[in-house]
Structures are given as C-alpha cells and as structure tokens.
Design a protein around this ligand. Structure first.
Ligand code: ATP
Ligand code: FE2
Length: 345
C-alpha cells in the first residue's frame, strides 16, 4: 500500500506517492514562476488549481498505482500562503471522498525533517531548513519539533531572489547567484547578522546593493553574499548542535540545493565528529513525496482528520503539531530545558 501526498504551500504544486518503506514511487511537480517580482498568492493558487489534477494523474500513471492501492491521502495543512494551501487541500478532500480513503493533515516543516530523517538513516537529526520563505533550525525535543532559531525578517531564498532581481536577473535568484559566485573571489564586507539563534538578511541586501552601485563586480558580490549568509546559517546550526549535544544535521528547502552551503555545513558538522546529510535536490525543494511520507508516519500513528476539521492553517506553528509517531522512536535528545551538568570542581 502507498500514501499519496499533496504539496501546495507556496510556489510548487506537487503530488508524491510513497511506499511503506519510504521508497518514492513517483513524484510529479510544477512550479509557478511569476513574470516579474515575487509570488502573488492568488495567481500561484490559480496555477496550482490548474495543474494539480494532471499531476495526480501523472503520479498515479508514472508509479503504476491504481487508486484502490492508495491507503491514505495526505496534504500540507500549513504553514504557507492561504490561497495556495486551499488549492491543495481541496484536491486532497475530493480524492479522499472519491476513493473513500482517510485524509491526513501534515505540517510542511515537519515533512522536510521527516523525509530527510528517513533518507539519512539518522535517528534524531537537527534540520537546517533554508528555503524561499523559511529559514529555520528545527529539532525534536520533549515530544515536539521545535524551532530553535529562525530569520527575523525574510527567508534566505527570498533575499537571494530579491538581490538577483535587483541586479537585473530573473527569479529564481539562488541558482543564478550560485553560478555567478563561482567566478568571484574578492570577499566584500557585508553585515553579518546573527542574534543568538536567529539571523536577519535585510541589512545585507541594502549593503550589497550599495556595493553594486559603487561598481563591485556581480561575481564578487554573489561570492561575498553566499559566504556571509551561509556562514550565518552554519553558525546557528552549530550552536543548536552544541546545545543539544546532537550528532547529525540534515538539510531541507530549496537553498539546501546550494553546493557551497552543503560544503560549509558539512565541514562544520564533520569537524565536530557528526554526520551531515542533504537529500537529493528533488526532495530538498517543496515536494509531494515528503508530505506523503509524513502522512504515512502520521496515519500509522492514528492521525486523520474529518473533512470538516481539515481547514488549512497558513500560520500553523511547528511546535503545536503533535507527532505521535516519534514517541516510539527512542528518547528525545538531551533537552534544551535540561540543565547542563556543572563543571567539576
Ligand atoms: P517554502 O514554502 O518552503 O518557503 P519555496 O516556495 O521557497 O518554499 P523551495 O523550492 O523550497 O520553495 O525553495 C525555492 C528557493 O530556493 C528560491 O528562493 C531559490 O532561489 C532557492 N534556490 C534554489 N536552488 C538554489 C541554489 N542552488 N542555491 C541557492 N538557492 C537556491
Ligand atoms: Fe518548504
């Protein structure tokens, strides 16, 4: 039996089918790309409404799966953009009714952790979640996934996209800046904005644009922005690892496709004797397979929802979502709340 999962929190509409052993049977995705500027929620939702029926058909066909073989229908309930979430939830409700299969709500951020967790084989990793709209360090502690640190302003991907568009490029900016940065080598001073476990990017955007106006070459700007911003992310991830006395770090989100970020986090984690794992790109970015897999875990642990109770939650908080499947998988790591033993003497 398999679970079908629907993702539609932001730019990407995606349908994944995943088997009991976490094998991705099929994955069909389509991304809304705005003509200019950032995402327009209603336009993105219209895109998702148009493509989702075809994506469902394609996922079933590619996987050779009949509707009768689908055990449950999972969907991303939040967090995300309301109109986009509603598009995916509506399709999920219809499939659940038509196929008479249970409907399973999934938290998008928890899904990024769970797909990376199962692929990595790490029992209790810390997630660095770096995407367009989200920049968070997430770990499991005392019965819930907790956001230990996050951006205080924009998501890192949105920051990279905005910068690239201001430099005359087109969305998405992250991959374009990555190529550009390979040709750069002159490190420019930029604001390094870490506040405890949190980070901020808007000051770096202003400073980078000022350097651009002064004539600093685009490659050097791209290189400096990557090095500075990814060092900030590496620092807060390292602090989480140290506090939790953890051993593993996994990556998620579109920015986690970036080779420099992967290399920097890997060097930090391995330097501490730990293990770093980054899923393949198709499972780093928003995708239906992570929703299907987390739906699997949730359904096996008894989580389902009625149609009436399946309203989307654009601001759903990661630490308010119950994760009963984790109870059986060993003790939580040394909790943040447990006092560190005092040094002897
Ligand atoms: P979320 O709802 O999780 O915030 P999203 O709509 O931002 O999702 P993702 O697919 O997770 O979607 O991430 C897209 C972001 O990833 C874009 O901002 C894009 O510029 C960035 N990105 C993609 N590839 C790279 C890369 N190689 N280097 C840096 N950034 C990248
Ligand atoms: Fe995401």
């Amino acid at each position: 039996m398999v679970v079908l999962g629907i993702e539609s929190t932001a730019h990407t509409a995606s349908v994944g089918i995943v088997a009991d052993d976490a094998r991705v049977v099929s994955l069909a995705s389509a991304m809304y790309r705005p003509e200019r500027g950032g995402i327009h929620p209603r336009e993105a939702a219209n895109h998702h409404v148009e493509v989702l029926p075809e994506l469902v058909r394609k996922a079933l066909e590619d996987g050779g799966v009949r509707p009768s073989e689908v055990e449950a229908v999972a969907f991303a309930q939040g967090p995300g953009l309301g109109p986009c979430l509603r598009a995916g939830a509506t399709v999920a409700r219809m499939l659940s009714m038509a196929w008479r299969r249970p409907l399973v709500p999934v938290n998008h951020c928890v899904a990024h952790v769970e797909i990376a967790r199962v692929l990595s084989g790490l029992d209790d990793p810390i997630l660095l979640y770096a995407s367009g709209g989200n920049t968070q360090v997430i770990a499991y502690a005392r019965g819930r996934y907790r956001v230990l640190g996050e951006t205080l302003d924009v998501g890192i991907g949105n920051f990279l996209d905005k910068l690239w568009i201001e430099l005359g490029g087109k969305f998405p900016g992250g991959p374009a800046l990555e190529k550009e940065a390979l040709a750069g080598g002159e490190l420019q001073p930029l604001p390094y904005s870490v506040h405890g476990m949190d980070v901020a990017f808007s000051g770096m955007l202003t400073a980078a644009l000022a350097l651009h106006r002064k004539g600093v070459p685009r490659q050097d700007l791209a290189y400096s922005v990557e090095v500075t911003a990814y060092a900030m992310l590496t620092e807060i991830t390292e602090r989480a690892l140290a506090h939790l006395r953890g051993h593993g770090v996994v990556l998620g989100g579109g920015v986690a496709c970036n080779e420099r970020l992967r290399a920097m986090v890997r060097a930090m984690v391995e330097g501490r004797g730990g293990t770093m794992f980054a899923p393949p790109r198709s499972l780093c970015v928003d995708n239906g397979a992570m929703i299907a897999w987390t739906g699997h875990l949730a359904y096996d642990a008894g989580v389902t929802t009625s149609i009436a109770g399946s309203a989307v939650e654009p601001r759903q908080r990661t630490d308010l979502v119950a994760t009963p499947w984790r109870r059986s998988t060993g003790a939580a790591p040394a909790s943040l709340l447990e006092p560190t033993p005092a040094p002897a003497g």
